[in-house]
Design a binder for this molecule. Structure first.
Ligand SMILES: CC(=O)N[C@H]1[C@@H](OP(=O)(O)OP(=O)(O)OC[C@H]2O[C@@H](n3ccc(=O)[nH]c3=O)[C@H](O)[C@@H]2O)O[C@H](CO)[C@@H](O)[C@@H]1O
Ligand SMILES: C=C(OP(=O)(O)O)C(=O)O
Length: 421
């Protein structure tokens, strides 16, 4: 049964909020863990639906795991090949990382096409190109991808046609135990890729250059975990609370942040008139009354993240003039627009990937639906700003990636509840 969120808006937010572990690291680290020959332990694991669904997928292969108080323990030592449960696979995007990790482990993988956010077309041609370069044969129909490396995997030089987080990670997962050297060029540089490389290198992998656009991997035979890996903070969750605090707060401290992961975002918030106090691992958001119009273009890291264009939108509606967002990564990532308009915002999709946000100071509650995680985050912020009651249906999309959201917003003095639909 889907959940819905009910928000009584208009209350000012204040206090502190602490950011959880990064969803996009976690969902790569978990499939990566099956490459280990030992038990693996993660700390600072966010309490999000994606984690539970990844546990279900692993359980089908006899990979048992426990998840308590932010610590996830995974035992891949009894792993066996199995048909993976397609409902769980389709509930998230990152289930496609089992393609790379199963291929690395067994030399073959069969995985149903993944689900994930409905943000327009999400091809995986670069992942497949990478697997083929490493010596695998790939066959697929509408629903399933079958990958086979009858002669084992070997290192290769791979140039990505476009910067892709998923393809970069999937190729690392497949190459880490392949024979020889893999050089991945035009790789994505997201901090979550560095987190994955750190985890694998601590187990004996030889991955160099993660965080730059050229990654060099020397294959190894064994991976053994000797310590607990602490997951980096979620820069997208952090950016969401920064925008929420700016739009509706009277002074909010957002803790457990790596500010360097948010450089482009922080610069844009400051440009829009929010006088952020950036500290070593936290950011204070002061009460802000005068917002300025800005232009935003989403680009791969270190640019302004596509995952934050929707969360920053309600704040931009407080500016004196129209702001424009150019969504370069997923031009069809606009499913928040009709829903925000139902709450009284003036947001318009001008053309492919071009979104205008005009001033609208009179927001009111309404019944809306979260089509995907970040569209949902924008609705939560708008609901907190609006007068009256906002009901957000399909809230599971939000719970896929926002750790303890009810508790965190309640602690900030927001009025938000979760109920079964
Ligand atoms: C689980 C996870 O980490 N999800 C993130 C990841 O998604 P994901 O890894 O799916 O996104 P990619 O970085 O792969 O996509 C970037 C662009 O490349 C295109 N592309 C990608 C692969 C491919 O084989 N062919 C192709 O054409 C995509 O359509 C998109 O336009 O990065 C996105 C972009 O920062 C984020 O919005 C997601 O939150
Ligand atoms: C698009 C996102 O997630 P996923 O890739 O998991 O669908 C997101 O986190 O904004």
């Amino acid at each position: 049964m889907m959940k819905k969120l009910i928000i009584h808006g208009g209350r000012r937010l204040s206090g502190e909020v602490s950011i959880g572990g990064a969803k996009n690291s976690t969902v790569a680290l978990i499939p990566a863990s099956i490459l280990a020959d030992t038990v693996v332990k993660f700390d600072s694991v966010p309490d999000i639906l994606d984690v539970y669904n990844l546990q279900i997928i692993m359980e089908s292969m006899d990979v048992h795991s426990t998840f308590e108080h932010g610590v996830l323990t995974i035992d891949p030592t009894q792993i066996k090949e199995a048909k993976l449960p397609s409902t769980a696979i389709k509930s998230l995007r990152a289930s496609y990382y089992f393609m790379g990790s199963l291929l690395g482990k067994f030399g073959q993988a069969e995985v149903t096409f993944p689900g994930g956010d409905n943000i327009g077309p999400r091809p995986i041609d670069q992942h497949i190109k990478g697997f083929e370069a490493l010596g695998a044969e790939v066959e697929y129909d509408d629903d399933t991808v079958k990958i086979n490396a009858p002669h084992g995997l070997h290192g290769a030089r791979i140039y990505l046609d476009m910067v892709s987080v998923g393809a970069t990670i999937n190729i690392i997962l497949a190459a880490v135990r392949a024979a020889g050297v893999t050089i991945l060029e035009n790789a994505a540089k997201e901090p979550e890729i560095i987190d994955l490389a750190t985890f694998l290198n601590n187990m004996g992998a030889q991955i160099r250059g993660a965080g730059t656009d050229t990654i060099r991997i020397v294959g190894v035979q064994h991976l053994e975990s000797h310590n607990t890996h602490t997951i980096i903070p979620d820069r997208i969750e952090a950016g969401t609370y920064l925008a929420m605090a700016a739009a509706q707060g009277d002074g909010v401290l957002v803790k457990n942040i790596i500010p360097e992961h948010l450089d482009a975002y922080i610069a844009k918030m400051v440009e829009s008139g929010v006088d952020l106090d950036v500290r070593e691992d936290s950011i204070f958001v002061p009460k802000t009354t005068q917002f300025k119009t800005i232009k935003v273009k989403t680009t791969p890291f270190p640019g302004f993240a596509t995952d934050l264009q929707q969360p920053i939108t309600p704040m931009l509606a407080l500016a004196d003039r129209e702001s424009v967002i150019t969504e370069e990564i997923y031009p069809e990532r606009t499913r928040h627009i009709p829903e925000l308009n139902k709450l009284g915002m003036d947001v318009e999709s001008l053309s492919h990937g071009l979104i205008a946000i005009r001033p609208s100071h009179e927001l009111h509650g309404g019944v809306v639906s979260a089509a995907e995680i970040r569209a949902g985050a924008a609705l939560v912020i708008a609901g907190l700003m609006a007068d009256g009651v906002t009901t957000i249906n399909n809230a599971d999309h939000i719970l896929r990636g926002y750790d303890h959201i009810i508790q965190k917003i309640t602690n900030l003095n927001g009025d938000i509840q979760i109920v079964d639909e």
